[in-house]
Design a protein around this ligand. Structure first.
Ligand code: PLP
Length: 224
């Protein structure tokens, strides 16, 4: 019952236009089912195989988001059902997604992951690298993927000023390109920022999609 209650409370506290992704990585099917029974339809996972197993076991009106760092050789295991891929940081990965999506006659929506955290270890593209991809002919010829927005992860820090700065920088970059970028396979609508520890601040900075795990399902036994 906790899971349902958590979802209801979070939904009440966020604006209606903000999409809640329930990050269910490492959690058992029963937990996802409880969230589903509470009305949740968007789930995020960070391992392709785990997501595919859960897809097979659960109702088919769920939207599955891949939020983890993606290896190209795994794309084929989710190309038939994944709804949104958040963490793209290479043109090569987009090309592989395009190839696999084509086999299923689908167009798969993707977010480019921007590096906004000051920490060294984070995945993601610089703003310059994102611009370079969006302008490149190799990207523009891809017909079975669509870039629908950007995703960012702020630093693991309590420094609100720093987090605010990181979120705001991506919001500004997003708005600039929302106006000025138009190709057949790029239409920016989604800004995915905010996790359990920082989502209120992310929403203040214009996030339209938050990815919450522990605040819905409780803490995970191992971090991933
Ligand atoms: C695990 C994870 C989350 C959720 O983290 P919580 O702190 O449990 O809310 C969000 N985004 C990504 C990319 C993740 O890997």
């Amino acid at each position: 019952m906790e899971i349902k209650k958590n979802i209801a409370e979070i939904k009440k506290s966020i604006p209606e236009n903000v999409i809640l992704v329930a990050v269910s990585k490492t959690k058992p099917i029963a937990d996802l089912q409880e969230a589903y029974d509470g009305g949740q339809r968007v789930f995020g996972e960070n391992k392709v195989q785990e997501m595919a197993e859960k897809f097979d076991a659960l109702p088919k009106d769920i939207q599955w988001h891949m939020i983890g760092h993606l290896q190209s050789n795994k794309v084929k295991y989710m190309a038939h059902f994944v709804n949104l891929i958040h963490g793209i940081d290479k043109l090569k990965t987009l090309q592989e997604i395009n190839k696999q999506a084509k086999k299923h006659d689908r167009v798969i929506s993707c977010l480019l992951q921007a590096k906004i955290a000051k920490e060294e270890s984070k995945f993601g593209l610089s703003f310059e690298e994102i611009e370079h991809i969006l302008k490149s002919p190799d990207f523009q010829e891809l017909e079975n993927i669509k870039i629908v927005g950007f995703m960012g992860m702020a630093s693991f820090s309590d420094n609100q000023e720093q987090l605010n700065e990181e979120f705001a920088s991506l919001k500004n970059f997003f708005e600039l390109h929302k106006k000025n970028t138009s190709t057949n396979n790029c239409q920016l609508e989604i800004l995915s920022m905010g996790m359990s520890g920082d989502y209120p601040l992310a929403i203040k900075n214009g996030s339209t999609m938050i990815r919450l795990g522990s605040s819905i399902f409780g803490s995970r036994n191992y971090s991933s």
